[in-house]
Design a protein around this ligand. Structure first.
Ligand code: PLP
Length: 409
């Protein structure tokens, strides 16, 4: 392992015009346009600013604990007949990849002279990450969270309050992530003069999807280098779960030029069944639409209304996907599959038992698909597959809910 100093950190990438092929753009109410313009202008300026980069590198390294480890999972590899490698985003401060983006945006907000941060959250990990960044950098903070997710993620709600943020329960709609995002956007529209909205995934109007992907791309930059150092080669496939798609976009981005060697595989929430309303697999079942300010794939009814969705994991329980993933799916740059609640739940337990790592329910979806893929490589390619899984977060937050499900069914 190289010293921390020798690791690359934030690499500025062009913001572009906000479109990824046919997807993306900025379809927002008039009232938000000045705030989005201000954000775009500031990001373009500060991402190339040496002082900004150094401060972000310092926070990621000294506060969040980057670079995160990349390690082989020996017992899973043996049990599944594959080489399983893990990018350990679960070891970051606050327990998931969400801190990478929260620190980046909070630092940007400080450069923009904002005093207050708001964020939406589903699993609570982005809420915790934003509340943490706010506490560390001296912002006041409000976190919007659906009441259903508050029930499922009690521990993270306590952490958010402990960190000094205000938790704003949202009871509209299905009281999950999409409703929390609606409320956070509404609150931002009314307060953008002194408030920055730290969006938690690669969703929303331009420039958010590009900004979040750029901050999360550190996952892929580190992974590619670590994997090469440890194995002298590339993985056959990189796997990541897809809610809005930020951990997947972050790890995929560095491998986009390695298409011939490495498959990029996103795993959506297959939920309880393929019936509309019982899953959250927006690439598998979504149609093109406009929601939360961007053109992408959404699960909708025949009138184009956003449908309710379901996943065992609050972080994947979103009816759409980031526009860059919609583009990658439509052009074949990445492949997307789905894993059911039941299979994710089984892997949550199997990975804990076999590896001594309790994965987040979100990440458990990626493990489950890797297990299937291992069989496929042995059968079809007559060899062991070599897979890199983005372990996006740790499962402590899910333990009480899983305990309840295992007890009550
Ligand atoms: C641990 C973890 N993984 C994955 C996700 C899904 O988000 P994204 O698709 O933006 O990475 C979440 C969302 O809360 C999460 O907490």
């Amino acid at each position: 392992m190289k010293s921390k100093e020798s690791f690359p950190f934030f690499t500025p990438s062009p913001l572009g015009n906000g479109y990824f092929g046919d997807f993306g753009g900025r379809y927002s109410p008039e009232i938000l346009i000045p705030a989005l313009d201000e954000l775009e202008e500031s990001y373009r300026k500060f991402q190339n600013d040496k002082g900004f980069q150094e401060e972000l590198h310092h926070l990621w390294r000294e506060y969040a604990g980057r670079p995160s480890l990349l390690t082989k999972a020996p017992r899973l590899s043996e049990a599944w007949g594959a080489e399983i490698w893990l990018k350990r985003e679960d070891l970051n401060h606050t327990g998931s990849h969400k801190i990478n983006n929260a620190l980046g945006q909070a630092l940007l907000a400080r450069r923009m002279n904002k005093k207050h941060l708001i964020a939406e959250t589903g699993a609570g990990q982005h809420g915790v990450a934003t509340a943490t960044a706010a506490a560390h950098l001296g912002f006041s903070c409000s976190i919007y969270m659906g009441e259903e997710d508050i029930r499922r993620q009690e521990l993270n709600c306590f952490r958010i309050k402990l960190l000094g943020a205000t938790l704003c329960p949202v009871s509209s709609g299905t009281a999950t992530l999409k409703d929390a995002t609606n409320e956070a956007m509404r609150a931002w529209a009314a307060s953008s003069k002194d408030t920055h909205y730290v969006i938690g995934s690669v969703i929303g109007p331009h420039p958010f999807p590009s900004i979040v992907r750029n901050f999360q791309s550190i996952i892929g930059v580190e992974s590619k280098r670590q994997f090469l150092e440890k194995t002298g080669t590339f993985p056959d496939a990189v796997l990541a779960c897809v809610g809005g798609g930020s951990n997947a976009a972050g790890i995929f981005y560095a491998f986009l030029n390695e298409q011939k060697k490495t498959r990029l595989i996103g795993i959506e929430a297959g939920g309880e069944s393929d019936i509309q309303g019982r899953n959250a697999a927006s690439i598998s079942f979504g149609k093109i639409g406009y929601f939360h300010g961007t053109r992408s794939l959404y699960i909708q009814d025949s009138f184009g209304q956003i449908e309710k969705v379901h996943s065992i994991s609050a972080g994947l329980d979103y009816p759409g996907v980031g526009p860059e993933h919609a583009h990658w799916a439509s052009t074949g740059v990445a492949e997307y599959y789905r894993v059911s609640d039941q299979n994710a739940l089984e892997c949550f337990q199997e990975v804990s038992r076999l590896e001594g790592i309790i994965p987040a329910l979100e990440s458990s979806h990626s493990f489950s698909f890797a297990k299937e893929l291992a069989q496929d490589y042995r059968k079809t390619h007559k060899r062991k597959g070599r897979f890199l899984i983005c372990l996006s977060g740790r499962g402590d937050k899910d333990s009480a809910e899983v305990q309840r499900i295992l007890r009550d069914g």
